[in-house]
Design a protein around this ligand. Structure first.
Ligand SMILES: *Cc1c(COP(=O)(O)O)cnc(C)c1O
Length: 478
């Protein structure tokens, strides 16, 4: 029997790698086996297609291509030009954007490109203007000093971390928190929802240069039309980081006021989360920011990753196919089925449900910290991650939440009935886990007690559940 193309491709690749360093080939093989066996509910992960994965393993990896299409600092970039242009065209068409920049290596890089583009466009700095028109040699020491002073301490208003915002939106551990004078908006303590009047009030008081919307742990939609009005009312540039929900925008589940592209001046995203592409980022923007965005390399990026741009072109082409909207809708339907299943069993959910791809369980209802819950679930074959809840009493390390998301399991083909079973498994583990104690008898935020028989039984049920939905069914590594 002859093997299909995917199996042949991956088997051959492993054989070639094995001849040099067999332990790497073994690890790659083990990774596929682990992914096949685990109930992956990590909201930021997915499974890229074989075509997307294969587009990354080739000679494009060897090419330097600093600069932009047709204006490279290296010779011989004609084929890189081809794939970069294709990726950008697919991105523009898919999202209805005026301009797309597909070089960012990751979501954090896409945000850095956006921040610098906005600073360069908006900050009144004569020294910076001189530097922009490439009179850098004319800049005096005093100009450089002024440039650093003028660019620093600009104001950014973004969603607070515990409400679901991202580290790159001005928080201390990230460079954005050191570059910018940051203030954040949270969510309403009673409903858990964004309170647009409060955002407007904060914007009026703080007068940010940049208003950021976007999140990694907020389970609801954001009205970008209202956010843009708020930005306009204070003269801020409106930036949306759709890293988590780009697939829902691409799949036209988020339309009208909930589609960031027509409302924001600039939109950033990852390509590997709900969008289901290779690990990477991209920036979409309105025409007036395009020149600055295209200076991402060398402003904050080194040479682009042409092999990843090739894979972005493949994945974005996939997202333009007629079946992608159905995938995106099933992600949300599954998240709602999972939320309903958990609520019916008595779980406490932040905002009481979801209208996107993720659900945030407040595990204090089970008497646990996020850290205890995450480990107990992992022991039971369920992969999630802990996450702070609004006003989290346990802080960002131990947390009180478990974030779960459906993009990956939806790719595998699981539907509403399996989401209800998943809810049952999660609830079983969390309700059977007890908080542990330190050796001196004080309560621990990390230790927990879960009967091994329960963990084993749930693991078995999780793998039975997955058995009906093979991952990469066309890939047989032999
Ligand atoms: C994941 C994420 C990022 C960072 O993406 P990386 O590719 O890991 O750098 C940025 N912003 C948001 C909102 C995210 O969820």
């Amino acid at each position: 029997m002859s093997l299909n193309a995917e199996s042949t491709a991956f088997r051959s690749a492993l054989e070639v790698i094995r001849a040099v360093e067999p332990r790497v080939a073994d690890a790659i093989r083990a990774e596929l086996a682990d992914q096949r066996e685990s109930l992956k509910l990590i909201a930021s992960e997915n499974y890229a297609s074989p075509a997307t994965l294969l587009a990354m393993g080739n000679w494009f990896s060897d090419k330097y291509a600093e600069g932009t299409i047709g204006r490279r600092f290296y010779a011989g970039c004609q084929n890189v030009d081809t794939v970069e242009a294709l990726a950008a065209e697919h991105a523009r068409e898919l999202f209805g954007a005026a301009h797309a920049y597909v070089q960012p290596h990751s979501g954090i890089d896409a945000n850095l490109v956006a921040f610098w583009a906005i600073l360069a466009d908006r900050v009144e700095s004569p020294a910076l203007k001189k530097a922009q028109v490439r009179q850098v040699n004319d800049l005096t020491e005093a100009d450089w000093f002024a440039l650093r002073r003028e660019l620093g301490n600009q104001r950014m208003l973004g969603m607070s971390l515990d409400a679901g915002g991202h580290l790159t939106h001005g928080f201390r551990p990230n460079i954005s928190g050191k570059m910018f004078d940051q203030r954040s908006y949270g969510t309403d303590p009673a409903t858990g929802l964004v309170d647009y009047d409060k955002v407007a009030e904060a914007a009026r008081e703080f007068k940010p240069l940049i208003l950021v919307a976007g999140y990694s742990a907020y389970p609801r939609k954001i009205n970008f039309r209202i956010m843009r009005e708020i930005a306009d009312s204070v003269g801020a540039t409106f930036m949306v980081d759709m890293a988590h929900f780009a697939g829902l925008v691409a799949g036209k589940v988020f339309t009208g006021d909930f589609d960031p592209v027509p409302h924001a001046h600039i939109v950033t995203t990852t390509t590997h989360k709900s969008l289901r592409g290779p690990r990477g980022g991209l920036v979409l923007c309105q025409p007036e920011l395009a020149d600055q965005v295209d200076r991402g390399c060398p402003m904050v990026l080194g040479g682009p990753l042409p092999h990843v741009m090739a894979a972005k072109a493949v994945a974005l082409a996939e997202a333009r196919r007629p079946d992608f909207p159905d995938y995106a809708q099933r992600i949300v339907d599954n998240a709602q089925a999972l939320a309903d299943g958990l609520l019916r069993r008595g779980a406490k959910l932040v905002t009481g449900g979801t209208d996107n791809h993720l659900v945030l369980i407040d595990v204090s209802g089970y008497g646990l910290t996020g850290r205890q819950a995450e480990q107990a679930l992992l022991d039971s074959g369920i992969v999630t991650n802990r996450n702070a809840v609004p006003q989290d009493p346990n802080g960002a390390w131990y947390t009180s939440g478990i974030r779960i998301g459906t993009p990956a399991l939806t790719t595998r083909g699981l539907g509403a009935a399996q989401m209800d079973e998943t809810a049952e498994l999660i609830h079983t583990v969390l309700s059977q886990t007890r908080s542990g104690a330190n050796p001196d008898g004080t309560p621990s935020k990390a230790k927990y007690v879960l009967d091994a028989a329960v963990a084993d039984r749930v693991s078995k049920q999780a793998s039975d559940l997955l058995a009906g939905f093979p991952l990469y069914p066309a890939v047989d590594l032999g």
